[in-house]
Design a protein around this ligand. Structure first.
Ligand SMILES: [Zn+2]
Length: 216
């Protein structure tokens, strides 16, 4: 079966489910509008889907997907486009979400590109027109010490970098004024998660221990 036919078959199944009586609530949201209380900032990676990973339903999670689940720093008067920042603004000021979760993951291609960018043997011609400047947001995450480089495989360095990058994004997130205000008012909590694709386990950053720990 080709990939497009697979979509059409899946859509037919979705329609059957959508029209079932027990899913009236989904159709109610068509007239009442969405009211999710959780926002995820997740990678575009096809293996990372917050709705599936948390057994959520339609209307429950507001999601931004971008390369490597990054949050840029708060910059108002910049002439670039701010898709992620706009989504965060909408989620916090309009939807009034109660949680924002930045979810990194194992085997992240964006993070691998960032690490490759820090490789002194890199091919300068092997540029990514948009990925390279985008990944600059978390450039510091790939600044490994000489000891780290010597003692770690590329897999370990990548796993470290994925987590560090999420923490940089978390810090950037808290720099948005309305996020900061909501945190102070205790109407919002922010989280950094890391999903291991191979095992299906999720770790969350614990601000007390300053470590990523099993979520449950
Ligand atoms: Zn990724």
């Amino acid at each position: 079966m080709d990939s497009y036919t697979k979509l059409l078959n899946g859509y037919a199944k979705f329609r059957d489910q959508y029209l079932a009586k027990e899913n009236d609530i989904w159709r109610d949201w068509a007239k009442d509008g969405q009211n999710p209380k959780v926002m995820f900032i997740a990678c575009s990676d096809s293996r990372v889907n917050p709705v599936i990973l948390t057994h959520s339903g339609l209307g429950e999670i507001f999601i931004v997907n971008n390369v490597a689940n990054l949050v840029p720093p708060y910059k108002k008067d910049d002439e670039t486009y701010h898709g992620t920042s706009a989504a965060i603004e909408f989620a916090v000021t309009q939807l009034k979400v109660e949680h924002i979760i930045i979810m990194g993951h194992s085997g992240c291609g964006g993070i691998r590109a960032l690490i490759a960018d820090h490789d002194t043997d890199k091919d300068p011609e092997a540029n990514f027109s948009f990925i390279r400047p985008w990944m600059k947001i978390v450039d510091e995450a790939a600044e490994f010490t000489a000891v780290e480089k010597e003692n770690s495989s590329i897999e370990v360095l990548a796993a470290t970098c994925e987590r560090r990058a999420s923490l940089i994004s978390l810090n950037n997130l808290m720099g948005f004024p309305w996020v900061h205000e909501a945190l102070l008012a205790e109407t919002l909590q922010v989280h950094a998660w890391h999903f291991d694709i191979g095992s299906g386990t999720i770790e969350a950053y614990n601000t007390d221990t300053e470590q990523f720990e099993d979520l449950v």
